[in-house]
Write a protein that binds this ligand. Structure first.
Ligand SMILES: Cc1cc2nc3c(=O)[nH]c(=O)nc-3n(C[C@H](O)[C@H](O)[C@H](O)COP(=O)(O)OP(=O)(O)OC[C@H]3O[C@@H](n4cnc5c(N)ncnc54)[C@H](O)[C@@H]3O)c2cc1C
Length: 490
């Protein structure tokens, strides 16, 4: 008998798991609470503008390629990629910025201009980052996080020091210039923790950044990837049902038997949840949870975010596709996220204009714009506060870059803590899961398999390997191989 699998949610990890399992002959149905698919990577259209709602940085193209290769396909069968040059711009003050080019050679020249001797240092730093990246990809990130033995390989033992030091001090060993140091600490922010709390081994992200480059999926941006994965999943026979919120996971004799959604009851042999872990555990009887409320309360979550999706009736000339505003105090803002959670006094933020690369994302002569301000999860979220912060960042953008924005806004929508909770059932409104601190890495992550319920599994950014789109694809692959072993489809 073909085994029936229900997958909760339609984020990257869920679609990935579904596709691997349907490919192995399982009967797979995805139930998504929202009216569109992709989870945090949904898109929406308004007044001629197309907005990616979440991810915008396409890093680690090798992981996407590997995903499609697993089904004898290639990325180019579905979408084409453009390497961005400059990859991104970092502002440190008024007309004071550094552009990061699309090759290590160009970047090392930029480094040399800012700190004498730093180009050689960069090459040394990057050679180490590249070695760590290979070890991570070949030996670590595709492992299920079940046993410490997974981490003990010749490669990791030889590089043990990278697990006992942090990114901040590692970068400081090589460079003195504060701007360069901040640029090299920036990729760690994708992992959701402060650079001083992120193991130096995660300099793999520096290889992802400078070594592999920043790409853009043409004709649609990041959501193009979601659409492509759905196309492949449908080819494999996965069934998708939107507007299906799972309200209860049915368990009999400590074994899953199905789910109750707002629409129907679905019977099944196996359930995989790509929804936020804490929320999924609310759908089962309390005594069968893997983790208590206090467990979650003690965890370091990745930040939440205040987001703005903006349509402009002008073309942008003085800014890039990706722009980071590091013209404030990095450590103050980090402390307002992690140590003393409050609305930041002078936030660092990220500004993106995808229509500079993809004209189809805005009407002619217009530009679409996305602003992200990282904030602590669980902050008081009110319309008035959102508006205040929009004014703060618009003023900063205009002062620092000289580009006029405020008078050209013809469409505006914000998204913050309350929306993360309402739309995704996100714990405390976190944007991208658990931070990858040392004690929240690999075997220390919430487990993929329920310890108490047979047939219940978890996937996504709260499990191994962690936050981000590439890790979510990998997480789907990991859970699918565990399910295949536990429930062979005879
Ligand atoms: C603003 C933002 C910017 C980001 N930028 C980047 C970036 O540039 N690059 C990058 O690599 N990563 C980025 N990330 C992280 C990346 O988007 C996520 O790590 C990834 O998309 C998470 O995928 P997932 O499969 O874990 O889950 P999600 O995308 O969270 O999907 C979970 C799904 O479950 C659904 N769900 C929840 N409860 C239920 C229920 N009861 N019943 C049915 N369905 C339910 C939700 O609606 C959702 O669709 C960003 C994230 C955010 C929020």
């Amino acid at each position: 008998m073909t085994k029936k699998i229900i997958i909760i949610g339609s984020g990257f990890s869920s679609i990935s798991a579904a596709t691997y399992l349907a490919d192995k002959g399982y009967d797979v149905t995805i139930l998504e609470k929202n009216d569109s698919y992709g989870g945090r990577a949904r898109k929406f259209k308004a007044e001629g503008f197309t907005f990616d709602m979440g991810p915008s940085w396409y890093w680690m193209p090798d992981v996407f390629e590997k995903y499609f290769n697993d089904f004898n396909k290639r990325v180019e069968d579905y979408y084409s990629l453009k390497k961005l040059d400059p990859a991104y711009r970092v502002y440190f003050g008024e007309n004071d910025f550094i552009d990061i080019g699309d090759s290590l050679e160009k970047i090392s020249q930029t480094f040399e201009e800012n700190e004498k001797g730093s180009s050689k240092q960069l090459m040394k730093f990057m050679a180490e980052a590249k070695k760590n990246y290979s070890i991570a990809m070949e030996k670590v990130v595709y492992k299920p996080g079940e046993s410490i033995l997974e981490l003990i390989t010749l490669g990791t033992i030889r590089r043990l020091r990278y697990f006992t030091t942090n990114i901040k001090s590692e970068v400081a060993k090589y460079f003195k210039n504060n701007k360069l140091k901040q640029i090299l600490e920036f990729p760690a922010l994708f992992l959701g923790a402060k650079p001083e709390n992120t193991p130096a081994f995660y300099n793999i992200m520096n290889h992802a950044d400078f070594g592999l480059g920043t790409w853009f999926p043409e004709k649609g941006g990041m959501h193009r990837v979601v659409e492509s994965m759905i196309e492949l999943a449908l080819e494999k026979g996965v069934k998708f049902k939107s507007n299906h919120q799972v309200d209860q996971i049915l368990v009999e004799n400590k074994k899953v038997t199905g789910v109750i959604s707002n629409e129907n009851t679905f019977l099944c042999d196996i359930i995989i949840s790509g929804a936020d872990y804490n929320h999924t555990e609310k759908l089962i009887p309390g005594h069968l949870k893997n983790y208590s409320d206090s467990y979650w309360d003690k965890k370091t979550f990745a930040p939440s975010s205040l987001l703005f999706y903006i349509g402009l009736n002008k073309k942008i000339e003085k800014l890039n596709h990706h722009n980071l505003f590091f013209d404030g105090d990095f450590s103050n803002h980090a402390s307002e996220i992690y140590d003393n959670p409050k609305w930041p006094e002078s936030p660092l933020f990220y500004l993106n204009f995808p229509s500079l690369t993809d004209k189809s994302m805005a009407p002619e002569g217009h530009e679409n714009c996305f602003i992200l301000i990282p904030i602590a999860p669980d902050l008081k979220d009110e319309e008035k506060i959102r508006d205040e912060y929009l004014q703060i960042v618009l003023k900063r953008i205009e002062e620092v870059s000289g580009e006029k924005i405020s008078d050209h806004i013809i469409y505006k929508k914000s998204f913050c803590v309350k929306d993360f909770i309402n739309d995704y059932n996100s714990y405390k409104g976190n944007a991208y899961g658990l931070a990858n601190t040392l004690f929240q890495t690999s075997i220390f992550k919430p487990k993929i398999k329920s310890k108490k319920i047979n047939g219940l599994y978890f996937t996504g950014q709260l499990t191994v390997p962690g936050p981000g789109v590439p890790p979510s694809l990998i997480s789907g692959k990991i859970v699918s191989s565990i399910v295949t072993k536990d429930f062979p489809n005879q």
